[in-house]
Write a protein that binds this ligand. Structure first.
Ligand code: HEM
Ligand SMILES: [Ca+2]
Length: 758
């Protein structure tokens, strides 16, 4: 198989003009009180029958006039609403309860069958470790959500609900058998962001909270309209996700000229804060297996758990064939009930709070936080001969556990997934403690709770500032930052809008933000100036859920130096074999294919096909595979019968990057929209003033926060063994203009914490 340059110099489709729809002249001012927004923020514009004239967003960019408050429904859709009689609803509730009993009974029967449980030595176990939640509330909510989709199925079969009602979410008047509990919020809004994300939006206190559902840009594409996995436009099953991956997602090294591997690692760190899909487990929490125990076949349907959607491998698979593997385990994501208790299509559950609130550091429940805290307002640490590391965990959260192996605690239980991620957990744990200790020194009157919550409030502001000020601009480019209002302002920001639901969209979490899998490298370089260069080059799968090296004294510094020096890979349809063949291999000769898993996850979550999102962001749909460079076109046609079938994650990776950014137009729009929601729909966003944010900083404090860069955080919290200088921009390679400077250089300013003690 020719690797690397198989697709020639151009890997992807280049959209000459970003908004080709604009054959009509854009309006200068929107009629009828319409607001001019980027296409992606007005999903109604792709509904048949919608009339959304084009308009000028700013200088060159074209948007659409939006009238419908950003939802997918056009004004004309409202007439579809059906009315449902009480008898149908009653019957649906009964039917639904019986069906749940049956399903749970079936699942219980599997608990004792060895074939139905993932073996702790198989690669699939690492996958389980990546998604596991120990939060007991999740399972209860998940069952409630099943009740509500079963009721929807029954109502649909009784023709009490139409396809349009379901697709448009016009079922809010139809109560399901299950209603999720309403969070109880303090009478006076808190100065501090809650730990689980509840009580942020006054009118909708659950928005963005842990264990709630992902939102959607477009209605889902489930083959039954409710939960069944997507099929092709012409009604037959799609090619196996692995077939798509092995035809289109190749291995090959195309290092970025500008961005370093820390950019990659920080991206995953952000992703883990805001998104953790929670998959179904057996009742006792064990991971479900959908393949027979040696992976040589999928389990026959009667032996499969109902949450199974195993990925079938060809006998002649270029890689797995040699190991006689015919099955990659895949368990569907658990569902979340709607806040309004209504029935409708399936919504997947996010096991993290949707806000960038470092839930992966602090946990997302009071119980977890209590276990992570230490006296004095600190986060608990493991003191390893004077170096602070996250606490060791005694839960089985790592692979290849042996005497002397280390495995660390984290707020989300996934901090060990790859050692470079564990390094960031360590750095930010130390940053919390650094700030807590300084605050305590400055103000002896504060009790330890005050110290803790004040330190957390500052750490979260630093983290958000780095995301919006340093990371996003390098991803999206300055134009997109501006159009979506993402650039930090000089004083307080004014863009809070309580009508915006900040929840992650399924399209963001399941496809667009997974662009990051393309920028991962097969190796991690460990640098040592003392040894005058590369000290060690580690094959990535060797340090997945195996973070023991962190206990080697100079390792953290050396890996950070390596992450800043080593280029990230470019965003393109090439993904390292470390992820697409060997992920979580443990002691096995093969691992999992993350590319296939991403594709299958997209289908599990009912994402529409790539073309629908091109339409959504204002691009022309692809009508012919040959709009892609020729070898990509040829490969696409071997696994898709129509351009209308392309999976979103695949199509997005095939786009050429936008100007000033590193991802294509479709992903850029989905991601920019998401971070705009996370800013405008979060009362506690660090830049908001006291009229919005009950924990607002003073303008003086805010300007201290805005001095902070990731380089400052690294200078303050690395071990100082091999790091004394860093580049001012920690996400860019140390090219001219970004040469490393000493940690006390004015190019890496520090906050004055005295300004925070009043
Ligand atoms: C460093 C190596 C990485 C590994 C081993 C890894 C592994 C994984 C795995 C196993 C999943 C779950 C897949 C599923 O079952 O659906 C996942 C999901 C995801 N990954 Fe990565 N990943 C890595 C890097 C990254 C990077 C750099 C980014 C972003 C810049 C990223 C973004 C995401 C996102 C957004 C999800 C979905 C999260 C969710 O909602 O569950 N990952 N990754
Ligand atoms: Ca979070």
């Amino acid at each position: 198989e020719p690797h690397g340059m198989a697709l020639g110099g151009h890997y992807g489709i280049h959209d000459e003009k970003e908004h080709i729809h604009s054959t009509e002249r854009p309006c200068a001012v929107c009629p009828r009180h319409g607001v001019c927004v980027p296409h992606v923020q007005c999903p109604a514009h792709v509904r048949p029958g919608s009339r959304n004239p084009q308009c000028h967003l700013d200088g060159m960019r074209v948007g659409v006039c939006c009238f419908t408050g950003r939802s997918h429904a056009a004004e004309s859709d409202r007439k579809f609403r059906s009315s449902i009689n009480v008898e149908d609803v009653k019957a649906a509730h009964n039917q639904s309860r019986q069906k749940l009993k049956q399903w749970l009974g079936h699942a219980e029967g599997l608990q004792n069958e060895h074939y139905a449980v993932v073996n702790a030595t198989s690669p699939s176990y690492g996958h389980h470790l990546s998604m596991v939640t120990y939060d007991k509330r999740a399972q209860k909510l998940g069952r409630g959500a099943l009740l509500n989709i079963f009721a929807a199925q029954e109502l649909k079969s009784r023709q009490a609900l139409s396809d349009d009602d379901l697709a448009m979410g016009f079922t809010d008047h139809t109560d399901g058998p299950y209603c999720p509990p309403v969070p109880s919020c303090p009478h006076a809004p808190s100065r501090y962001r809650s730990i689980d994300g509840n009580c942020n939006n006054q009118g909708n206190p659950s928005w963005g909270a842990v264990n709630t559902g992902y939102g959607r840009l477009l209605p889902p594409s489930y083959s039954d309209g409710i939960w069944a996995i997507r099929i092709s436009a012409n009604g037959v099953p799609l090619a196996s996700a692995r077939a798509v991956s092995s035809a289109l997602i190749l291995d090959g090294s195309h290092p970025s000229r500008t961005h370093n591997l820390l950019f990659m690692q920080f991206g995953q760190f952000i992703a883990h804060d805001i998104s953790t899909g929670v998959v179904f487990t057996l009742g006792n929490g064990s991971p479900i297996s959908c393949c027979d125990s040696n992976g040589e076949d999928v389990l026959p349907p009667e032996k499969q758990h109902w949450a199974c959607a195993p990925i079938v491998l060809d006998e002649g698979d270029v890689f797995y064939g040699q190991f006689s593997q015919r099955c990659i385990n895949f368990v569907r994501t658990q569902l979340a009930p709607d806040f309004d208790c209504s029935v409708g299509y399936a919504t997947q559950m996010n096991g993290a709070s949707h806000y960038p609130d470092m839930s992966h550091l602090y946990g997302s429940s009071a119980e977890k936080l209590a276990r992570l805290r230490a006296p004095g307002g600190l986060l608990a640490t493991f003191n390893d001969y004077g170096r602070e590391l996250p606490p060791l965990t005694h839960r089985k959260e790592c692979l290849n556990v042996h005497d002397g192996a280390a495995c660390f605690e984290s707020g989300d239980n996934h901090g060990n997934q790859v050692i470079s991620l564990t390094v960031l957990h360590t750095i930010w744990t130390r940053e919390h403690n650094r700030i807590a200790r300084t605050l305590a020194g400055l103000n002896s009157a504060w009790d330890e709770d005050t110290i803790f919550w004040e330190a957390r409030r500052i750490v979260l502001a630093e983290f958000q500032h780095i995301i919006y000020n340093e990371w996003l601009p390098l991803l999206l480019g300055s134009k997109t930052m501006q159009v979506f209002g993402l650039t930090p302002s000089s004083g307080y920001a004014l863009s809070y809008d309580p009508s915006i639901n900040p929840s992650l969209t399924a399209e963001f979490a399941t496809a667009a933000m997974r662009f990051g899998h393309s920028i991962v490298d097969s190796q991690l370089t460990v640098l040592s100036p003392q040894h005058k260069g590369v000290y060690e080059s580690i094959s990535l799968p060797e340090v997945m859920f195996q973070p023991s090296r962190l206990r080697i004294k100079p390792f953290l510094d050396r890996l950070l130096l390596g992450l800043m020096w080593q280029p990230m890979q470019s965003v393109d349809p090439f993904v390292t074999e470390a992820l697409s063949r060997y992920m979580f291999h443990g002691g096995n000769p093969y691992g999992l294919d993350l590319a296939a898993i991403n594709i299958q996850r997209g289908r599990d979550h009912g994402l529409q096909s790539y073309n629908e999102y091109r339409r959504l962001v204002g691009l022309e749909p692809i009508t012919d595979f040959h709009q892609f460079p020729s070898s990509a076109a040829q490969r696409l046609s071997t696994v898709y019968t129509s351009p209308e079938d392309i999976d979103l994650w695949v199509g997005g990776l095939l786009e050429e990057p936008i100007e000033g950014g590193v991802i294509g137009t479709t992903f850029a729009n989905i991601i920019a929209d998401q971070f705009a929601k996370l800013k405008r729909g979060d009362k506690y966003y660090y830049e908001y003033g006291p009229d919005i944010n009950h924990g607002a900083f003073t303008t003086n404090q805010l300007s201290e926060i805005k001095k902070v860069t990731l380089s400052r955080i690294l200078c303050d919290n690395s071990d100082g063994i091999e790091i004394s200088a860093v580049s001012p921009n920690a996400f860019l390679r140390s090219l001219p203009g970004n040469d490393p400077v000493q940690c006390d250089s004015p190019l890496i300013p520090a906050m004055d914490l005295a300004k925070f003690v009043v």
